[in-house]
Design a binder for this molecule. Structure first.
Ligand code: ZN
Length: 336
């Protein structure tokens, strides 16, 4: 593609993004036309592709960096842009630029795709969050301007809620990408509907964990789920592992393609969580998705021994930074 034409097209993209609903002036990206390749960053935390709101037949939203230290999915997205993702097959009638070939991808021309960097300030500071965990405050009671708690209203994360919540409200399908502090296979947490589960199972992950979205309140997925959206959160792997970036790239492409071919290796049902109480200590080395059997000793706390109450279950998301009152881990049972 001639460079001049490419520049014109990106200028058009910039114009489209700035002039159609949902994108406030604060987040217009003035550098986009000269950058040649779109880039999501703390300076440009939102990019939109496709027909504008009201014209698009479907809107898909992808969030990355909801936690500021989880930048692998952000790298993945920008690497996809670098390799031409959403920058091929541009037409002036449809500003979606799609990476797929084949006749079954024409539907993508009618779709609007929104990418949001959840917590740009925390990403700049390489911290999980600035004031409070952004992925625990998507609760209507906290988000309300009238009844919301004053402490939360003044936090940095509350200033991000409105844009992300509005994008979720306006979308049809939502994918939220994260990574983990310790080694973990990729796993998906779908919303509580058959279509959300179908989305999760179509992703290249080792595990799909059903019912977990209901157990953790105030997450983006909890919020999307309450609104009846097709939604899924994915932990793509360890923050610093190169493979995590490759996994995230694959997941973004699979989500946007709309192809629901089953790809997940195993489905687990989350039954409950183990609260982290005073004096908590693991009794042995525990790794993510460790399989444990009935009555096996897992940990101890001031109340005594914590043994596995189930036959053949998984330890999901064992806590590495022990915070009193939070979950020590979640119990998962393989789905037959
Ligand atoms: Zn996270």
């Amino acid at each position: 593609m001639p460079l001049q034409k490419h520049d014109e097209e990106l200028e058009f993209l910039s114009h489209q993004s700035a002039s159609h609903g949902g994108l406030s002036n604060t987040y217009a990206c003035p550098k986009l036309s000269s950058a040649k390749i779109p880039k999501l960053s703390p300076e440009c935390p939102r990019l939109e592709f496709g027909p504008p709101k009201g014209v698009a037949k479907k809107t898909k939203v992808v969030t990355v960096g909801i936690h500021g230290d989880e930048i692998a999915p952000l790298y993945a997205l920008n690497e996809l842009f670098q390799t031409g993702f959403l920058s091929n097959n541009w037409t002036r009638d449809h500003c979606l630029m799609y990476p797929f070939t084949g006749s079954n991808t024409n539907h993508l021309l009618d779709e609007r795709i929104v990418f949001i960097l959840g917590n740009p300030k925390a990403v700049s500071m390489n911290r999980r969050f600035v004031d409070v965990n952004l992925n625990r405050i998507f609760k209507p009671s906290l988000m309300s301007m009238e009844t919301g708690d004053l402490f939360f209203k003044e936090t940095h994360e509350m200033s991000r809620i409105q844009e992300i919540a509005m994008a979720i409200e306006e979308c049809d399908e939502f994918l939220d990408l994260h990574s983990t502090s310790s080694p973990s296979p990729p796993f998906a947490i779908p919303g509580d509907s058959s279509r959300s589960r179908e989305l999760a199972i179509s992703l290249s992950v080792d595990f799909v964990i059903e019912n977990l979205a209901k157990v953790i309140e105030g997450t983006t997925i909890d919020y999307a789920n309450r609104l009846g959206k097709i939604c899924c959160c994915v932990e793509c792997g360890e923050h610093t592992n190169r493979k995590t970036i490759e996994t995230a790239k694959e997941l973004i492409l699979q989500f946007i393609s709309g192809d629901r071919t089953p790809r997940a290796k195993e489905v687990i049902s989350c039954s409950s969580s183990q609260c982290l109480c005073k004096g908590f200590k693991f009794a042995r080395d525990i790794h993510a998705f460790q399989r444990v059997d009935a009555d096996e000793l897992i940990a101890t706390d001031d109340l005594g021994e914590i043994r596995c109450p189930f036959r053949d279950s998984y330890i999901i998301m064992p806590s590495s930074n022990h915070i009193l009152g939070e979950e020590a881990w979640f119990w998962g049972v393989p789905k037959q």
